[in-house]
Design a protein around this ligand. Structure first.
Ligand SMILES: *[C@@H]1O[C@H](CO)[C@@H](O)[C@H](O)[C@H]1NC(C)=O
Ligand SMILES: *[C@@H]1O[C@H](CO)[C@@H](O)[C@H](O)[C@H]1NC(C)=O
Ligand SMILES: *[C@@H]1O[C@H](CO)[C@@H](O)[C@H](O)[C@H]1NC(C)=O
Ligand SMILES: *[C@@H]1O[C@H](CO)[C@@H](O)[C@H](O)[C@H]1NC(C)=O
Ligand SMILES: *[C@@H]1O[C@H](CO)[C@@H](O)[C@H](O)[C@H]1NC(C)=O
Ligand SMILES: *[C@@H]1O[C@H](CO)[C@@H](O)[C@H](O)[C@H]1NC(C)=O
Length: 492
């Protein structure tokens, strides 16, 4: 054993398989029983005692040693080691050598993409000799060859998936084995399932009330494989300070929703297969608001007054004018008070027209209103007078028409003849209406008028009245006054 070849030394070190004879006198040492075509192989026969060793292959004499440089299929067979120990004592031991080619997968594709719902076919192009058996595995589970299974292994070593589902995606293993021998190869094959994008909406119409404190989120649920990219088309230009997206852009949040944000939001999902989109309508409601050109107008009786009003909101509110002191709506009023395009017009104002008016916005989202005070002078006064000794007391038959703002005082006037100037006194509305310090038993003409913040109203008609008392008793008034009624008019 001086000139051992490197191969021989290796074969001795790799004592993989030892075949013992029946009486354990000799044994065959072999590196492996399964030899690849083209490989070198060597069989060694080891005896316990000295003897002559010869080999037979399949019953035919083979020679002294078995050392094949390049194995071919013909080298497969049953090898028998015979040992003659002399004195008629023989022994033999045998082993089988198998020669194979492959298995190999050639050009088998290791990556497949299928569209969801279509049928998927994954071939495994195995070659090998003498014969190859194929198994398909997923997660170490054998895929059945059973006909009719959705995922099956067909007779031509192909994996067939009927109506591919998303969960079919993953790694499959094509396992090829030389029939009956522990010689095999595995190939991992990836299956990817593509799903066209689909956009699902939870709400097609989103309704929201406008407001600086109001945020609204639009949600676009997207399916698809590979994961689709989401893009949005908005009615307003993108403003990063108001339009926020979540990480995959499936949710758009609009801060401080305003009327102008209303409109169609189109969510599109795109992947390499196709595109899908859906539209969310954002309806922005706005609380009604009322604007009037003036909240208070003071005009003189007979003048024209107009107050314009406009209302805003979404939905657009209806505009109504209301006369608050009599509760009438003025929308269809004709005559000297009417409404034209939201403008309240009073052509020639009367004292009775003075008062509160209201412009109202009426909508389904709520109502709003704004009051307008229209003031003019007070109306005419109707009075009766009663004379005192040196005074004239006025009493009102009816309360005066205020003109929309309270009567603050009265002007009382008197004179003795038409040629004289009127003398007058201003009396606060809360005081008694009396002209005092007149001459007794004298004929006077009197009249009066009411005054409010706008001005003086019309004077009453004039009345003639003679003060009581007798001139000659003039110095004795004190004894008479106690007989007189004390006329007092209190205005409230
Ligand atoms: C022993 O082997 C030799 C040579 O192989 C053969 O001639 C002989 O007959 C054998 N003897 C027995 C008892 O088998
Ligand atoms: C609206 O969003 C902003 C910013 O995320 C937040 O600060 C605010 O609290 C939100 N308002 C409401 C009413 O949720
Ligand atoms: C999706 O978006 C990413 C990043 O913006 C881009 O790289 C990719 O090409 C897009 N894919 C498709 C299918 O549009
Ligand atoms: C409504 O009135 C307000 C205030 O008078 C004014 O600023 C606004 O422009 C008006 N709007 C319309 C639509 O007329
Ligand atoms: C708004 O005004 C209309 C008509 O005046 C009335 O019928 C309705 O009840 C009001 N709605 C609210 C919320 O005040
Ligand atoms: C008349 O009435 C006033 C106020 O009530 C009172 O102050 C006055 O004394 C009365 N005069 C007479 C004569 O009764």
């Amino acid at each position: 054993m001086k000139n051992q070849s490197p191969f021989l030394r290796r074969a001795l070190l790799l004592l993989v398989l030892v075949v013992y004879g029946t009486d354990a006198k000799i044994k065959i040492i072999i590196a492996k029983q399964d030899v690849l075509v083209g490989e070198e192989f060597l069989l060694l026969c080891k005896a316990e005692e000295e003897g002559d060793i010869t080999w037979q292959k399949d019953g035919e004499d083979f020679g002294d040693i078995v050392h094949i440089k390049k194995a071919t299929f013909e080298d497969a067979g049953k090898y028998t080691c015979l040992c003659d120990f002399g004195s008629g004592h023989n022994d033999s031991v045998q082993t089988q050598v198998y020669v194979h080619e492959g298995p190999s997968f050639g050009e088998t594709k290791t990556y497949h993409k299928f569209l969801e719902g279509k049928d998927g076919v994954v071939p495994c192009h195995v070659t090998g000799r003498p014969a190859v058996e194929v198994q398909w595995l997923r997660n170490n589970q054998k895929i059945p060859t059973k006909v009719g299974a959705r995922v099956s292994h067909t007779s031509d070593n192909t994996l067939r998936i009927e109506g591919v589902k998303r969960e079919d995606a993953g790694t499959y293993v094509c396992h090829a084995q030389i029939k009956g021998r522990p010689v095999y190869q595995s190939l991992a094959i990836s299956v990817v399932v593509n799903v066209p994008p689909k956009v699902l909406l939870t709400e097609k119409v989103k309704k929201v009330m406008a407001g600086s404190e109001t945020n609204v989120s639009l949600v676009c649920l997207v399916e698809g494989q590979p994961k689709p990219n989401i893009t949005w088309i908005m009615p307003r230009t993108f403003d990063p300070s108001r339009h926020l997206f979540n990480s995959d852009r499936s949710q758009l949040t609009i801060l401080s929703v305003a009327r102008a944000d209303y409109g169609e939001y189109v969510c599109s999902a795109t992947n390499e297969i196709s595109e899908d989109s859906a539209t969310i309508m954002l309806d922005v409601f706005e609380a009604p608001e009322v604007f009037v050109s003036a909240e208070q107008q003071s005009v003189l009786v007979g003048e024209r007054v107009s107050v314009s009003c406009n209302v805003s909101g979404n939905p657009q509110p209806e505009l109504h004018w209301l006369n608050k002191h009599n509760g009438q709506t003025l929308d269809s009023a004709s005559g000297h008070i009417h409404v034209v395009n939201g403008v309240l017009v009073i052509d020639e104002i009367l004292p009775s027209d003075g008062g509160l008016y209201s412009c109202m916005a009426v909508s389904t989202t709520g109502n709003a209103s704004r009051d307008v005070a229209i003031h003019t002078q007070p109306g005419p006064l109707y009075l009766s007078v009663s004379p005192g000794l040196t005074s004239v007391l006025f009493s009102l038959k009816t309360m005066p028409i205020s003109g929309g703002t309270p009567v603050t005082s009265f002007i009382l006037q008197w004179r003795q003849s038409a040629t004289q100037q009127w003398k007058e006194v201003t009396v606060p509305a809360s005081d008694s209406l009396a002209i005092t310090a007149l001459k007794p038993y004298t004929l006077y003409t009197v009249r009066f008028a009411a005054m409010n913040a706008v001005g003086l109203g019309w004077f009453s008609e004039t009345k003639s009245v003679r003060t009581l008392g007798i001139r000659k008793w003039y110095t004795h008034t004190a004894t008479i006054t106690h007989l007189m009624d004390n006329y007092t008019v209190h205005l409230t």
